[in-house]
Design a protein around this ligand. Structure first.
Ligand code: SAH
Length: 249
């Protein structure tokens, strides 16, 4: 739309503020408005120029600061005031971030929108615990799934046991609250109870904690450790490599 500014849908990385891309950081420095998520490292906001407007659009389970529709409209409004807008997402904007919905909405209203990918917690969260998602001879495929499907969906789309039978490594995001159910479903579906599993809380931050176990005991171990979101759950044989890679990574 003539007169409107651009919106950049930027991935902030998993938690360590240094894990943003050079391009993402440059755009933060230039932005007139930054609309940011709950999981975005706050240190990144120190890079905004004086007078830049910072808007928190975080969503917490059960407590939304703004609805997605409100975020979409805000991005459009700010862009159409002629401003350069950065929409900052935790991790990568297109991995369970709804960045694509924002971009589609803006484009449908004639506003320029560009995505700047970020380092996703799905891969970096595992890596920071010393777990590669692939490894020669051990894992040649991986998948990323949500532990929590959108409420009101007519039928389940994620079948954990089926996925686990098809790929070597499965990373589940947003799965802390449903870990027990996921494990139960995998065991009922015939997955080996000895499958190595790791839960990585607050990955890549000074508050990172890791719990490891087997499919049969991981839910209990995570519960006893009091694991809270955000955490990634990694299922697969490469979890064993942690013994040799952790602290070196
Ligand atoms: N777009 C994000 C994911 C958003 S969904 C990305 O690419 O990383 C939010 C989920 O991401 C959380 O529930 C958690 O499962 C995971 N997550 C994000 N940051 C994390 C972190 N620092 N440590 C562990 N998990 C994290």
């Amino acid at each position: 739309m003539p007169g409107c500014g651009s919106v950049y849908i930027v991935g902030a990385g998993p938690g360590d503020p240094e894990l943003i891309t050079v391009k993402g950081l440059r755009l933060i420095e230039q932005a007139d408005v930054v609309v940011y998520d709950r999981l975005v490292p706050r240190e990144l906001l120190d890079h905004t120029k004086p007078g830049a407007e910072l808007v928190y659009a975080g969503k917490k389970p059960g407590a939304h600061a703004m609805t997605q529709e409100e975020i979409n409209r805000l991005l459009l409004k700010k862009a159409c005031e002629g401003k350069t807008v950065v929409r900052l997402h935790g991790g990568d904007p297109y991995v369970f971030g709804r960045g694509e919905e924002e971009c589609i909405y803006l484009r449908s209203h004639g506003v320029e929108c560009e995505v700047v990918p970020g380092v996703t917690s799905a891969i970096a969260g595992a890596a920071y615990a010393g777990i590669p998602v692939t490894s020669r001879g051990l894992a040649s495929s991986f998948a990323v799934a949500t532990g929590k499907e959108a409420p009101g969906k007519p039928r389940r789309m994620v079948r954990y046991a089926d996925i686990m039978k098809s790929v070597d490594t499965l990373v589940v995001l947003m799965g802390v609250g449903t870990l027990e159910k996921i494990v139960e479903e995998m065991l009922e579906g015939g997955i080996d109870p000895d499958l190595p599993v790791a839960v990585v809380e607050n990955a890549s931050t000074p508050r990172q904690r890791v719990v490891t176990g087997r499919l049969r005991d991981i839910a209990e171990k995570a519960r006893r450790a009091g694991i809270q979101p955000p955490a990634v759950i990694v299922f697969g044989p490469t979890v064993k490599l942690r013994e040799r890679l952790w602290k070196l990574s």
